[in-house]
Design a protein around this ligand. Structure first.
Ligand code: G6P
Length: 613
């Protein structure tokens, strides 16, 4: 996961930046770099590999200065090497930048800049930003104005930090969307900048958090915050707790809320390093999926519990549809007691945030004994589900602390999609054109998730209307049937409201009897291939006096007149739509529970990691 650190003050910036990066190491990265303003010049050191490599570069050729920025990178566009590592310099070498996020429209911007004579030094999407900044500096603007003008060209979610040798007493930082936070640590005659609190907590507890579409001009003595449109804002300095766990919560009241908001970044990191957008290829080296194995797989059992099992149900639709391999989803606790049909042409794929869930591990063990190949999609590095597997995909979402899983639900959806595309290619069941289309769609995911988050205030209003309900029914179909299950699970876990997820087509076989004015029905009805069916479901619920809360695609004009509330999601390629449709349901559950004043991060009777049968 990309990390950013910056410093401006009286001390030597190099060790501060290197230390800060070290504190973000747990997030994972494949290259690192830093830039220091030394005697009026910008000096950069960067390379592929770990921070030790960067530290030895700095040792061989030391850097001294009181202003600096650094970055750890997970490759998205361009492989991990020194050219692609951040910081990125402009053509003149007078400005330098570090960036978190994906510039969705970078190809268009790159073409435009090339026509203006810009020569690119890397394969990254990031590099377009610094050249845009340089374009506006060349037109006589200040660094702040140039960054502002550059950002207005970018699509996607971004956190950026920029330095200029011509304005050596400031660092400009900006945040657009939720590609990760930008936080400014306030010191005495010195200031710190970071993507994540742990990078700077050893120096200060006084923080200014940038919101989306805000910029900060940071000098030794203070910070000026403004909107991207240039309006200056009064900013609040928040003092974070000394307790390291609470400190991590930063600006959020609950970890669950923080983790919901981290999804733009976790989804960026999920595709980082795995997707070659230029050739339309997926790269999952740790999965150990050989062409020989791809050919002989006859069946995949996805084994998982709770939220992870619902992610698996989406995976079933994706893998069957894209790679044409039969998939069964088994709840971990069921698999081992029913003598499943498993042989050496079977893959058992565990999905687990903790990698330590006893029932999931037992299912893997059962499959191992019957000769299956074991894979896992797992978040906790070094956990059992990672170690026992023949191949794995690591989730790249960082620690998830809230008991109700959120970011560890959406990441495996994307992992399963990538796995399906990769498997399909090796089995020769999709052509290049289809593959490239599926891969290209991945680039949209982080920003689409961000657009769901932008609607939080509307969703909170719906939560106010539902705070007193005693029961709720969630309906979904096809690739979004598991979204209904997961939405219902979120609500029951943290708000203690009874909620049931149901395949919409089954409503007529029972649950329809429950519908009356007291039973809210949450209908997941985005524009996917099941849309018409879901629409008639809404009509049926309304005809029985039900209160309908619909998850619908922006621009849908048919649903608002018949639904009581609409939770909008942006238009999303249907196979990736479960990533966006679940986000409003996470937010809805969160706000209902928050309004009820409950212990959201540690709901009664639940554990984050269930290591007993
Ligand atoms: C517990 C957690 C759930 C989680 C499930 C599986 O029940 O409360 O949020 O989905 O375990 O956990 P895992 O770590 O295997 O994903």
């Amino acid at each position: 996961m990309c990390g950013i650190v910056g410093y401006i003050g009286q001390k030597d910036a190099t060790p501060i930046v290197l230390n800060g990066l070290k504190r973000l190491e747990y997030r994972g990265y494949d290259s690192a770099g830093l830039a220091i303003l030394e005697n009026g010049q910008i000096e950069v050191r960067r390379d592929a590999g770990k921070l030790e490599r960067l530290a030895s570069l700095v040792q061989e050729s030391p850097l001294h200065g009181q202003v600096g920025i650094g970055h750890t990178r997970w490759a998205t566009h361009g492989e991990p090497n020194a050219h692609n590592a951040h910081p990125h310099l402009g053509m003149t070498g007078d400005v330098v930048l570090v960036h978190n996020g994906i510039v969705e429209n970078y190809l268009d911007l790159k073409e435009e800049l090339k026509e203006e004579g810009v020569v690119f030094n890397s394969e990254t999407d990031t590099e377009v930003i610094i050249h845009l900044v340089e374009r506006y500096l060349g037109a006589g603007r200040t660094l702040e104005e140039a960054v502002r003008a550059a950002l207005l060209h970018l699509r996607g979610a971004h956190g950026i930090v920029v330095l200029s040798k011509d304005e050596p007493d400031k660092i400009v930082a900006a945040r657009m969307g939720n590609a990760g936070g930008v936080v400014i640590g306030v010191g005495d005659g010195e200031m710190y900048i970071a993507s994540d609190l742990p990078a700077i907590l050893e120096h200060t507890r006084d923080m200014v958090f940038l919101e989306s579409r805000q910029m900060a001009v940071v000098t030794r003595s203070g910070v000026k915050v403004s909107t991207l449109e240039g309006q200056e804002l009064l900013h609040e300095v928040q003092t974070v707790s000394w307790d390291p766990v609470s400190a991590e919560k930063g600006e959020y009241r609950h970890f669950m809320h923080k983790e919901i908001h981290e999804q733009v970044r976790s989804l960026t990191d999920t595709i980082a390093g795995r997707v070659d957008f230029d050739h339309g290829r997926i790269n999952l080296p740790k999965l150990n999926l050989t062409p020989e194995l791809a050919e002989r797989i006859e069946r995949i059992y996805i084994v998982a519990c709770g939220t992870a099992a619902y992610a698996g149900m989406v995976g079933k639709v994706l893998i069957e549809r894209i790679a044409r391999v039969p998939v069964e989803v088994d709840i971990g606790s069921e698999f081992r007691y029913r003598d499943p049909i498993v042989d050496e042409n079977t893959v058992a794929l565990a999905i687990s945030q903790s990698g330590e869930t006893a029932d999931t591990l037992a299912a893997l063990e059962e499959a191992r004994q019957k000769g299956a190949t074991l894979w896992s999609i797992v978040n906790a590095i070094g956990s059992q589900a990672m170690r026992v597997a023949d191949g794995f995909i690591s989730m790249q979402v960082g620690p998830e602390i809230g008991v109700a899983s959120t970011k560890a639900y959406t990441a495996p959806l994307v992992d399963l999609y990538m796995l399906a595309v990769h498997l399909a290619e090796l089995r020769g069941v999709i052509n290049e054109w289809e593959r490239k289309g599926l891969v290209a769609d991945l680039r949209l995911v982080p920003d689409l998730a961000g657009r769901c988050l932008d609607r939080e205030a509307e969703i909170e209003k719906v939560a106010q209307a539902l705070v007193e309900v005693r029961s709720a029914l969630y309906l979904g179909r096809g690739v979004n049937m598991p979204t209904a299950y997961e939405g219902a699970l979120k609500l029951k876990e943290i708000s203690y409201i009874h909620a049931e997820g149901y395949p919409a087509g089954e409503m007529k076989h029972g649950p329809i009897a429950l519908i009356d004015a007291d039973m809210p029905v949450v209908v997941v009805a985005p524009r996917d291939p099941w849309y018409e069916k879901m629409f008639s479901q809404i009509e049926q619920a309304k005809a029985r006096g039900g209160r309908v809360i619909a998850v619908a695609t922006e621009g849908d004009e048919r649903i608002p007149p018949i639904a009581d509330h609409v939770l909008w999601v942006p238009e999303t390629p249907w196979m990736l739509s479960p990533v966006t449709t679940v986000i409003p349901l996470q937010i809805l559950a969160y706000h209902i529970a928050a309004l009820r004043g409950l212990d959201i991060d540690q709901p009664r009777n639940l554990a984050k990691s269930v290591t007993v049968e």
